[in-house]
Ligand binder design. Sequence first.
Ligand SMILES: Nc1nc2c(ncn2[C@@H]2O[C@H](COP(=O)(O)OP(=O)(O)OP(=O)(O)O)[C@@H](O)[C@H]2O)c(=O)[nH]1
Length: 589
Amino acid sequence: MYRGANRCVYTCFRWPRYDILGIQFRPIRLARRSITSSAASLSGNRDLIENGCLIRYQTPIQQREDTIYALSTAEGKAGIAVIRISGPSCKSIYDGLCPSKPTLKPRYATIRTLYHPNSNGSDILDSEALVLFFPNPKTVTGDDVLELHVHGGSATVKAVLSAIPKCTADGPIRYAEPGEFTKRAFLNDRLDLAQVEALSETLSAETEQQRRAAVRGSSGSLGRTYEDWRQKLLQARAEMEALIDFSEDQHFDESPASLVGNVTEQVRQILQGIHVHEGASERSELLRNGIKIALVGPPNVGKSSFMNHVVGREASIVSGESGTTRDIVEANLDIRGYLCTFADTAGFRTTAEDGDIDSYGSEAKIGAVEEEGIRRARVKATQSDVIIALASIETGISNGPHIRYDMETLRIAAACKERLVVVNKRDAVSDEELHSLVQQLRRDVLGKIEGLEGVQPVLISCKEAQNLGSDQTDPGGIKGVIARLVSSFTEMTSLPATLQDLHGVTERQRQLLVQCRGHLEDYLESVGYGEFGHENGVDETQGDDADITMAAEHLRYAANKLGRITGRGEVGDVEEILGVIFEKFCVGK
Ligand SMILES: Nc1nc2c(ncn2[C@@H]2O[C@H](COP(=O)(O)OP(=O)(O)OP(=O)(O)O)[C@@H](O)[C@H]2O)c(=O)[nH]1
């Protein structure tokens, strides 16, 4: 018989204690037969498989002894300041600061006068503070928490902070490290790492869209999904290891081929899920890190003028001299809640002045510095999410009104998914002339570039304020460009309503998902359903030839990568992951 759910054998024995970050964990061994039915319920603690057994690291058996405290609101003059204390000495600290006062009712706000702990109730630190006590384990950190909402003057805050460690307590009281309250929440299973990261994103969100994305990630649903996938992979791996260990001397209900087929089906489903999450993370990264916009075009068309208008300051030098902008000039901007980085680039050209002839009768070449600037502009353009190709209306003495454009920059724009063609200096000619010039540009130039056929250029003027346009009445003008950019941003970053939580997928998580995907693809290879084998569904005969040992190992690697996302990785990983995540936190959080 092979592992029927009713044949659960539960072996539980003591192993040496494991030490992670100074906390002792006691592993419990669950016999392989129980894994099918019990693994799904093993959420919340750290698991790993050893010798085919699923091991769960239980809740810490040794509570932290030290109590931490910190100012949780920003430093400086303010109406109130919140001091947060977490750990076993919260009650002693309350008794020290509020001598002879009744015990606090949990989770009720109470007004108290705070005294210096060594003054026998004579030295008042704050005459009226709001005090709250939250008993463990259902607190923000999982430990006892005491919050003191004191008057926000810096002297008051300083006096209360220096009095706290002087309170008589059983264990040490010390100022918290950056992010230590959140770290305790993680260690006490109040938050998983995906939620910790969402919290970090919430704290650093500067734009409305960043805030929305961060809020989505804090629901805990991402962590639950990854943990669910991880459990499935651990379970599958345990089943495969049992197959390796016992297939020769025991008779199993399920054939090896059928087991491999079932596991493979699950792996495929997880791969599909990972694919969706990867795609979503690229979108949320745009919200988090900002959308990169490159302004490209020939010299003197008004790229710098346009950027300065948009960012509202003289970020880039404007001059009638061609080739003024040599290097990339960048400026950040919040456009309707989207963080954007505009890059003004060197104008593209090959000769010093278009058509210029040098003393030998050849076309005058541009200098090395300008050439380097153009090379950088090309690189910048390829790294950007949106390209704005600028052209301009020029009224040349010899060739009359015409549009100055650059073929290479138009082609670069055509190759980018999100691009705009903008014609500047519309003030230079009459509306009639403007209309005919733009028609000509569309027909003779844009119409001949693949990807730009049918594109309607936006007409702007950086010189005349009345030509700035408005979103509602004028589809052109600088406001028209902004309106088009915003609709591109929405297109680039939006997710269907059912996938909104995926906005919380961070770059760290995406990289781990990519690695997990790699291991799952290796698994498919090792069981014979690789790239070419899985097109036509599961072939149950394949499992007979499968390299089960390798397959089980790939599942272990894949599960480990998912574990690193939520912080439920193999023991050695946890400390390293915490270091990366918590270094972004501030003290008091
Ligand atoms: N008439 C008119 N002139 C403009 C407009 N926008 C810019 N200019 C002028 O065009 C010239 C070039 O402007 P810039 O903004 O420096 O152009 P650029 O494309 O950044 O130039 P490079 O740095 O050489 O690549 C300056 O003299 C501007 O005053 C406009 O809308 N109308």
